[in-house]
Design a protein. Sequence first.
Length: 249
Amino acid sequence: MNTSGWSTAEVARLAGVSARAVRYYHEVGILERPRRLANGYKSYDVSHLIRLLRVRRLTSLGLTLEQIRALDSHDIDVDDVFESLKNDISARIGELQDVLRNLRGVLSGEIHGGLPPGFDPADIGARMTDRDEAALAVLDTMLPEEKRAGLRRWLAESSDSAADDEFEALSENAGEDYRAELANRMLPAARAAARNRDRTRFSGPGSSRDIGIALRGIYNPAQMDVLTRVATLLEGETEGETEESESET
């Protein structure tokens, strides 16, 4: 029986860690190896217990073993370490608060799960279909922020619910005249969203081709044709305004 110290299991229990953790700390050089008794058993003393308690405390605060080793060798300033750690924790708290706020919205039925931040119906006042949610998930990833802002304005300022409903129900066999007429009725909302927009060039992670491929998997050909017509009409108006402004100067 070892009466002069503790075994690995005993010192681990006293420190509140696992025996596996103790052995790992030996391997990475965080904890000195104990002396061995004549019978070959390890014998940990109070210095090992204090060290384990310190490591456990520091790791519970978020420090990595590398940071603990750097502190031991005085390679980094302890105040700098904890200031950086505080900033990291504050950032994570902010992220978790956003997640919690969204979860509360989902549970209360105020927003739809799966929608990107800023596109919640409560924020933009728009009704969301399953297609809308799928399209927004794609566009939020592929569009730069200024384009996403324009899309939010489009949705928020869209007031022709009849046109929205018709677009959602549009059959892929819809006639060309009807598609052209529907595009004209959807144009005012697109025009309002584009007003005073940031005209910086497209710089998102997804190309126009990527976006087209994604949207063609969500909308049927007739709906894609209507969206293209709206974009073409809007682009024509924008070019006309630019030419008129240049002629005035």
